[in-house]
Design a protein around this ligand. Structure first.
Ligand code: FES
Length: 154
């Protein structure tokens, strides 16, 4: 059974459906489940082959994400991530990397958690905070890259 109504919170799901439901499937639409079960851009980059790196966490739940970017001519040429977290965190981290790949740094800096939620056509209200982690990691990796550009040794 799945949640066909995007953005539908648990409170809006008829209680009979909730009682019959097994697992978390009812809480996420197909797009979110696809990114959770088949996350894009998973992996890491060797030190020296990446231009920006970040490690961020959600202090509320303890989930964490590492993210690497490769920058070419002011664009995010490649991006990899590893997340330790809930299905929402993994799916939204995946979508954040999909949205960022190929974007200019300025465009990537403007990506927000709302963009991630919109790309999924909605996620349950109580999981929206999960979409912050991927976007925060992206922005932190860009800051790391920009900081390194200021360093004369690089
Ligand atoms: Fe921690 Fe989803 S519950 S990011």
């Amino acid at each position: 059974m799945e949640n066909s109504g995007n953005n539908q919170s648990d409170a809006e799901i008829p209680s009979a459906e909730l009682e019959e439901a097994e697992g978390p499937v009812i809480f996420y639409n197909d797009k979110v489940i696809d990114h959770f079960t088949n996350p894009r851009n998973v992996g890491e980059m060797e030190e020296g082959s990446c231009d920006g790196y970040s490690l961020v966490g959600d202090p509320e739940c303890g989930d964490q994400m590492k993210l690497w970017i490769k920058v070419e001519k002011g664009r995010i040429e490649d991006i990899k991530f590893k997340s330790f977290g809930c299905p929402g965190a993994i799916a939204t981290s995946s979508m954040a990397t999909v949205l960022a790949k190929g974007k200019s740094l300025d465009e990537a800096k403007r990506l927000s958690d709302d963009d991630v939620v919109e790309a999924f056509e909605g996620i349950p209200d109580h999981k929206k905070h999960c979409s912050m982690m991927g976007v925060n990691a992206l922005h932190a990796a860009i800051r790391d890259y920009e900081q390194k550009q200021k360093c004369p040794e690089k």
